[in-house]
Write a protein that binds this ligand. Structure first.
Ligand code: ZN
Length: 150
């Protein structure tokens, strides 16, 4: 295994074991449930908005290591970002896990999200990685219906 792959694996293991912002938010402005029936991943994403800015983001639920680590890293990246920035990150992450990264976005500027670049080699895992992001996207658009990857 290359050093880079080992480092990526470490990020995923760490965020799975000690997920950040893993809690219920009682006073969320919006909370949305996301479900991936293929794997059984099931999360709720909570957002608190300050105008256009995500002032708090949290999640709760259960699922595989990839989905939990993805939700955890996502929460650390998006806190303090605007709605528009969050949508941009959603697009970047989508391209990353589908192996469609274009030249203009260097993998280094993705920070910890780059840990999920290997997911593109495992099509069944792409839905696990993307589930929390789809759920967050509905939450920032204040769409409250449950997200399903099916
Ligand atoms: Zn999963």
């Amino acid at each position: 295994m290359s050093d880079l792959k080992a480092l990526y694996q470490e990020v995923i293991l760490d965020h799975n074991k000690n997920p950040r912002n893993f809690k219920k938010m009682e006073d969320a402005d919006c909370s949305v449930e996301g479900y991936n029936p293929l794997c059984g991943d099931h999360y709720t994403v909570f957002l608190k908005m300050d105008g256009e800015v995500i002032s708090e983001i949290a999640f709760q639920g259960s699922g595989c290591a990839i989905s939990k680590a993805s939700a955890s890293v996502m929460s650390t990246v998006l806190k303090g970002k605007t709605r528009a920035e969050a949508e941009e990150w959603f697009e970047k992450f989508h391209h990353l896990v589908r192996g469609e990264m274009k030249g203009e976005t260097g993998i280094d500027e993705l920070g910890k999200l780059a840990a999920f670049s290997g997911v593109s080699e495992f099509p069944a895992r792409v839905k696990c990685a993307i589930l929390p992001w789809h759920t967050m996207k509905n939450a920032i658009e204040m769409k409250k219906e449950t997200v399903s990857t099916e």
